[in-house]
Design a protein around this ligand. Structure first.
Ligand SMILES: [Zn+2]
Length: 205
């Protein structure tokens, strides 16, 4: 079964809109034709939070960008798509935004960062079928996606879930107003158990 896991519609919409911002309408349509998703041409997912955008489609779009623009190009699209998707979510889940601010409170920087990550992991788990868990050691926070849409049924020699880096970067920036180095260090697409992002505990700025 490939149609049992879903992202909320607005995330699918965010991915398409951000691709269109860079590629233009024609470019996006070419991408949609290439990956067999012509159903979305002129018909983007509805602007709502219903869980109806299949993981399979997330993966196909990421793969299409990779096929058209190579690893580097795909990464640029995915980072931007991830950031836009996060911004869309904030706009849509207004209560979440306030709850997030309240949850993070006024503690130390490290505490706020940790609470922010935990908050977003819980949030993402509740609004989509993606499953995220947070762990940490002295140097890194680890954002572990155990059911991942980005590499869904894909195989690769390198990590390919760049969209998640964009989302995570935007979430960390929103929570702390800082930029962090984030790398995907393990990927289900490479045969890993989870897609794991290591985020430096020390921000870059
Ligand atoms: Zn993945």
């Amino acid at each position: 079964m490939t149609d049992q896991y879903f992202y909320p519609n607005i995330w699918g919409r965010g991915i398409l809109t951000s691709a269109e911002d860079i590629l233009g309408e024609k470019g996006l349509n070419a991408l949609l034709n290439l990956v067999g998703l012509a159903e979305y041409i002129g018909n983007h997912p509805t602007d709502n939070i219903q869980k109806a955008f299949p993981f399979e489609h997330v993966a196909k779009l990421q793969q299409g960008l990779y096929d058209m623009y190579g690893a580097k190009g795909a990464r640029v699209f995915a980072l931007r798509g991830g950031e836009e998707t996060f911004q869309y979510s904030l706009a849509k889940y207004d209560k979440v935004q306030r709850a997030g601010r309240a949850a993070m409170g006024l503690g130390s920087f490290e505490l706020r960062t940790r609470l922010g990550l935990q908050f977003f992991a819980k949030f993402f788990n509740s609004v989509s079928d993606q499953v995220v868990r947070i762990t940490e050691d002295d140097t890194y926070y680890y954002w572990r996606i155990e059911i991942c849409p980005m590499c869904w049924e894909r195989h690769s020699d390198e990590p390919i879930c760049h969209l998640g880096i964009g989302v995570l970067r935007a979430a960390a920036k929103w929570a702390t107003d800082k930029t962090f180095r984030i790398q995907e260090i393990e990927c289900i697409g490479m045969g890993g158990e989870a897609c794991v992002y290591a985020m430096d505990k020390q921000p870059l700025d």
